[in-house]
Design a protein around this ligand. Structure first.
Ligand SMILES: *Cc1c(COP(=O)(O)O)cnc(C)c1O
Ligand code: SF4
Length: 337
């Protein structure tokens, strides 16, 4: 069964239409706080949203604990007054994306891998995200510009892996993804397709029959990197979406961001790794926060991050310990800490 909205259950075995669920997302902070029996916090919402609106699918909100102002899912999406602070060292383009731009919608920073900004949209707005400042209007490869981006990939035969990212590439209609894969058909040097998406976690209904068929039909090796920061983000619907992705032939990995007050304790990180594995997903990266304006209050210092890694290594099998990394503009790879 799929939760469509609090209190309403869809009894049909078919998945609810993901576009409808997308449109039904909560966009009003007061509504979210009322739903969580936290109405008394409404006067702490910033008057302005710093240009990045609250947005959270109802199914994700349903996994938040009622009456808990420190819920780790709520804290990822609730605008805070601290976002308005201007903190030295925090920038608008924290990871040098503008410098790595090679063609419209293509970021080519690392050997062998090109990243396509396939869409600027996300089903959820994560407060810590670099996306809050990125000029997606100009950079989206999907705005009828596959050709431009794919032409770049065609001319550089060192590119063996194409990464679809954004925003969230699975915000695109499956018919758009089909157009993309048709464009890939005559690029034989691209053998791997990687998709970076938070949708299997925040709107698992997106992993519907037509999408799974599309994924299965691709001749490439397929990697899907999901994005969960806390074990509580998983429920039976997320598990089922992960199963569908694996059945379509994808290897599933997870990347997380280390976030103060959300997952910066050893028990939370260990529980996340265990929960990921239960869903058939291996932990890949644990990112140190990109230093974007408005996200400083989420930062965890490197010494603490390293001590959390030591705790994880002491209690988990090696394959459930993610790599702690930071993205540094101009580096030839993510920087291991
Ligand atoms: C993070 C990133 C990648 C992928 O790096 P991996 O270490 O292979 O996961 C590729 N391109 C860009 C521009 C990136 O930011
Ligand atoms: S790009 Fe990822 S982290 Fe950023 S808002 Fe979208 S889903 Fe959240």
């Amino acid at each position: 069964m799929i939760t469509a909205s609090p209190g309403a259950r869809i009894t049909s075995p078919a998945l609810a239409d993901w576009r409808q669920l997308w449109r039904d997302a909560i966009t009003d902070g007061r509504e979210l706080l009322d739903l969580l029996q936290l109405s008394h916090l409404a006067d702490r919402l910033p008057a302005a949203d710093a240009g990045f609106a609250l947005r959270v699918p109802r199914g994700f909100a349903a996994r938040m604990r009622r009456g808990d102002a420190h819920d780790p899912l709520l804290l990822q999406v609730l605008p805070q007054l601290a976002e308005l602070d201007r903190v030295p060292g925090f920038a608008e383009d924290a990871v040098g994306d503008m410098a790595a731009r090679e063609a419209q919608g293509v970021l080519h920073k690392y050997q062998g891998r090109a990243l396509l900004i396939a869409s600027g949209s996300c089903a959820i707005n994560c407060r810590y995200c670099f996306r809050r400042h990125f000029p997606y209007g100009d950079e989206m490869a999907a705005a009828g510009q596959w050709r431009h981006a794919l032409e770049h990939v065609r001319q550089d035969t060192s590119i063996t892996e194409l990464i679809l990212s954004g925003g969230d590439p699975l915000s695109l209609a499956t018919s758009k993804l089909e157009e993309l894969s048709q464009g890939l058909a005559d690029l034989p040097h691209v053998t791997r397709l990687r998709i970076h998406t938070r949708l299997p976690v925040v709107l698992p209904e997106r992993i519907d029959g037509p999408f799974v068929e599309w994924l299965r039909s691709l001749p490439h090796q397929k990697v899907v990197v999901i994005h969960a920061n806390h074990a509580n983000e998983f429920d039976a619907d997320v598990d089922a979406a992960c199963t569908r992705l694996r059945d379509a032939g994808a290897t599933l990995l997870n990347q997380s961001v280390l976030l103060r007050g959300i997952n910066d304790d050893a028990d939370a990180l260990i529980a996340l790794s265990e929960r990921l594995f239960a869903a058939g997903v291996l932990p890949y990266y644990l990112h140190q926060l990109d230093r974007v304006q408005g996200a400083a209050h989420f930062e965890v210092d490197d010494a603490r991050a390293q001590s959390l890694m030591t705790s994880m290594r002491g209690q988990l099998p090696g394959y459930l310990v993610p790599k702690l990394v930071r993205e540094v503009g101009g580096d030839p790879s993510k920087r291991a800490l």
